[in-house]
Design a protein around this ligand. Structure first.
Ligand code: F6P
Length: 341
């Protein structure tokens, strides 16, 4: 078989580990050939490929980013996009495609599968918001980066008696904020799933100052106040219609300063959470996903996404994976609330 591989959407640590596992097992166990498609769906759309053999994947296990490049190109939005992809797959003699991506990339994979393309999906995203899998790779690394930042913020907050706000990514899911905030001992964690009450947040801040300890507030980029409390500006949309988030930390700092009279400053972690080397957990998860994906492609089990259930590798339909976002359940958030204030 000749198998195409692509990585789409926002990059994350562990993509290279998946590519390596797919190619290593595909070549050495099954004798398949591979072709890399560059920059997500742009590769098959424009027929842009790169060689992908064992030599090409040597040494990439610990490297962040993706040797294939990525983009947020949405072929479904481009006229004739799906047909162009099918033509280019045929022209490069590709029998099956392994698409490594999040909600958007796998949403396209699902539509291509419905139109006759042999595709297997691998779940990637720091946001951990894909249904059908307990974890996506990249999440653990992002959480560890955010946790280390929070640890560092604690010491400087203490020295200056400031409230420090740490804004983390995660889009419309609060997983990164919840896990990093719990691991880092945040004073309060704000997530998109539960609109926050700014009066309550200020009470937590003041109570922490009363104990002569400085508050650290972890806010997810998608968090928002209860209706009518504070004005927020809407961001631009990307090719998949997602609004570009970010900025809630700054708004929050101003409001806390205004209401409590205490100095409040914000650190936006941004793409630092997506860069650099993956944790051991993510390297192992990504490697196991890669091994499972090449098995699925070899068996012709298309239209599936490989997934983690407990400690086992399973496969779920791409429709299950992309039907709805996996957000933080109320009960999980409630566990963290015990430590607020
Ligand atoms: O989905 C991963 C993610 O990092 C989100 O947490 C964030 O909202 C978004 O991508 C940022 O995307 P970009 O790098 O394209 O601005």
């Amino acid at each position: 078989m000749r198998i195409g591989v692509l990585t789409g959407g926002g990059d994350c640590p562990g993509l290279n580990a998946v590519i390596r596992a797919v190619v290593r097992k595909g070549v050495s166990v099954y004798g398949h050939e591979f072709v890399g498609f560059r920059d997500g769906w742009r590769g098959p759309l424009e027929g842009e490929t790169m060689p992908l053999d064992i030599q090409a994947v040597r040494g990439i296990l610990p490297r962040g980013g993706t040797i294939l490049g990525s983009s947020r190109t949405n072929p479904i939005k481009i006229e004739g996009g799906v047909d162009r992809i099918k033509e280019n797959l045929a022209a490069t003699n590709v029998d099956a495609l392994i698409a490594i991506g999040g909600e958007d990339t796998l949403g396209v994979a699902k539509q291509l599968y419905d139109r006759g393309v042999n595709v297997v999906g691998v779940p990637k995203t720091i946001d951990n918001d894909l249904s059908g899998t307990d974890y996506t790779f990249g999440f653990d690394t992002a959480v560890n980066i955010a946790m280390e930042a929070i640890d560092r913020l604690h010491t400087t907050a203490e020295s200056h008696h400031r409230a420090l706000i740490c804004e983390v990514m995660g889009r419309h899911a609060g997983w990164i904020a919840l896990h990093a905030g719990m691991a880092g001992g945040a004073n309060v964690i704000l997530i998109p799933e539960k609109p926050f009450d700014i009066d309550r947040v200020c009470e937590y801040v003041e109570s922490r100052f009363r104990t002569r300890y400085s508050p650290i507030i972890v806010v997810a980029e998608g968090a928002h106040p209860m209706e009518g409390q504070m004005e927020l500006q809407a961001g631009e949309l990307d090719a998949f219609g997602h609004v570009r988030l970010g900025g809630i930390g700054e708004v929050l700092a101003k409001e806390i300063e205004k209401r409590t009279g205490k100095e409040a400053r914000t650190t936006v972690l941004g793409h630092i959470q997506r860069g650099g080397t993956p944790t051991a957990f993510d390297r192992v998860l990504a490697t196991r996903f890669g091994l499972q994906a090449i098995d699925a492609a070899h068996e012709g089990d298309y239209g599936k996404m490989v997934a983690l259930r407990g400690t086992e590798m399973i496969r779920v339909g791409l429709d299950v994976a992309t039907a709805e976002l996996k957000t933080v359940p109320v009960s999980r958030y409630a566990e963290s609330e015990v430590f607020f204030g």
